[in-house]
Design a protein around this ligand. Structure first.
Ligand code: ADP
Length: 484
């Protein structure tokens, strides 16, 4: 099959979190299965300043954004069997961040991503690839189904490929005032409550949902949660109307990148047969993060965006209780200023026991995963979560709020005799601390600890299962359209 994959971030080129890893792993896995996979993403500063030499294709694509015309230069690279095209226009994408500064979104996000999406649609036509399926991700690509249908300059194009839209997090809706509609150059008839009008605004996530043939999200539990008023952010109606066209498929991780047996970022390699290296990693991680770990000290870690949804409120409330145990705690993350500040205060309050590094640092994330005994994921909401998979792969016990994909990917000792983590069900600091206590108790018995590390490290966290499901989905869609 010929598959087009469009995302606003793709590892290793530019990344702020889980989407980028998914957008790298799934296309590569599909390419290995002999499909032609072509990816499209914006050419951010991080891409331009990155270590890779991108090929200048010489292709220039000009599209209207409202009354103005803008031209993009197209760059390209081929890696892991996947060709990736970068849409370059520096006034839109050569910025320090991808979407926002710490406390506010870039004001022209709608223009930026309308431009990106239009260029992608025009580029697909320029390249003359007739994709069987075009796979879009999150609000930044939500209007693609409409540009495929109506064209980029208001002349009907007619959609040929089937469209899959994956919603990675319903909290990020891409809402913009309806006065920005002119930037789309779409006919006014395309904007209605049945398409992407969201309470008088333009809803880009809603556009992806209403415009796609199939909508997927990143775990079965999240697929159910978003049908409720509490978690649906006002989209529960449109999502419910999809019926079986809404599918929850649990993500995985790239087990080549996340492999303690070969990882070059960590102090010593190890695997399920011989975990001796994990001790060395623990010592190195403790030194790197400036915390001490005695023989009986349990090293807790958190690697996360520091935002409300990641449970920073209950973590803040629980910190004094947590630190009353024989633990050290290391935190790597970046996000809302108020949480970055709180985290720095913890390091001052518990020197030598709490180590904080603010920023996004992939090699350090590997070191911490390898070195920690347990990771904390007190997320208020978590569509899938990837950190728990990385932890499991590195023999590090995840302690998580039972929500979204964390429900589907972690087996608690209370539900399985082959547990792969600890879950707590009530979103409170008390339940969180109780879960940490259960984990600490479990690790006091060396044979139980050894068994659980084996469980963790032999759990299949790869893309294999989800990748095969996506492949079947694409095939079904393209066969349906061929039969018509
Ligand atoms: P989200 O996509 O909501 O940020 P996920 O758990 O799905 O959360 O994915 C986050 C991924 O990004 C994980 O692989 C995690 O290790 C990584 N990550 C998060 N914060 C950082 C950071 N500050 N430095 C390095 N990696 C990080």
């Amino acid at each position: 099959m010929k598959l087009g994959y469009i995302a606003s971030e793709i590892t290793p080129y530019a990344s702020t979190g889980g989407l980028a890893e998914v957008a790298s792993a799934l296309p590569r896995m599909l390419a290995k299965a002999d499909h032609q996979v072509v990816c499209f993403m914006p050419c951010y500063r991080a891409v331009l300043e990155g270590p890779r030499n991108l090929e200048k294709t010489g292709i220039k694509i000009t599209v209207p954004v409202g009354m103005k015309m803008f031209t993009a230069d197209i760059l390209r690279i081929e890696e892991g069997g996947v060709a990736t095209y970068f849409i370059r226009r520096d006034e839109f994408f050569d910025r320090s961040q991808l979407y926002n500064l710490p406390e506010r979104d870039y004001e022209d996000n709608f223009e930026r991503f309308v431009f990106f999406q239009k260029v992608v649609v025009s580029l697909i036509d320029h390249l003359g690839i007739s994709f069987d399926v075009i796979h879009c991700n999150d609000w930044q690509t939500g209007l693609i189904p409409y540009f495929l249908e109506y064209g980029v300059n208001g002349r009907r194009r007619g959609r040929r490929a089937k469209v899959v839209f994956t919603l990675h997090n319903i909290a990020y809706q891409g809402l913009f005032p309806d006065s920005d509609y002119a930037f789309t150059n779409l006919p006014f008839s395309a904007f209605s409550v049945d398409t992407f009008e969201y309470y008088g605004q333009i809803g880009c996530l809603k556009a992806g949902i209403s415009g796609a043939d199939i909508v997927t999200t990143v775990s079965p539990t999240y697929a159910r949660e978003i049908l409720t008023p509490e978690a649906g952010f006002g989209l529960e109606g449109v999502l419910s109307s999809l019926g079986d066209r809404l599918i929850g498929l649990l993500n995985g991780i790239d087990t080549n990148i996340w492999d303690p047996a070969t990882d070059t970022h960590i102090a010593a390699n190890y695997d399920a047969q011989n975990i001796a290296g994990k001790r060395i990693c623990r010592e190195r991680a403790a030194v790197r993060m400036r915390v001490e770990v005695g023989e009986g000290t349990v090293l807790l870690a958190m690697i996360s965006r520091l935002v409300d949804l990641k449970g920073m409120d209950i973590l803040t409330e629980a910190m004094p209780e947590i630190m009353a145990r024989d633990v050290s705690f290391v935190l790597l993350g970046a996000g809302q200023e108020k949480f970055e500040k709180v985290a720095r205060e913890w390091a001052e309050r518990w020197p030598g026991r709490v180590g904080v590094r603010i920023g996004y640092n992939a090699p350090l994330a590997h070191e911490i995963q390898a070195g920690a005994d347990m990771t904390l994921m007190p997320s208020k909401s978590e569509p899938c979560g990837l950190t728990q998979f990385c932890s499991q792969r590195y023999g590090t016990l995840p302690i998580a709020h039972a929500v979204g994909g964390l429900v589907d990917s972690i087996l608690d000792p209370e539900e399985s005799d082959r547990p792969t983590g600890i879950k707590f069900y009530e979103y409170t600091a008390d339940s969180f601390v109780a879960a940490i206590d259960r984990a600490l108790n479990l690790y006091r018995a060396p044979e139980k600890k050894a068994r659980i590390i084996q469980n963790l490290m032999t759990t299949d966290v790869s893309w294999r299962r989800a990748g095969e499901r996506y492949e079947a989905l694409y095939r079904q869609l393209s066969e349906n359209s061929a039969a018509k």
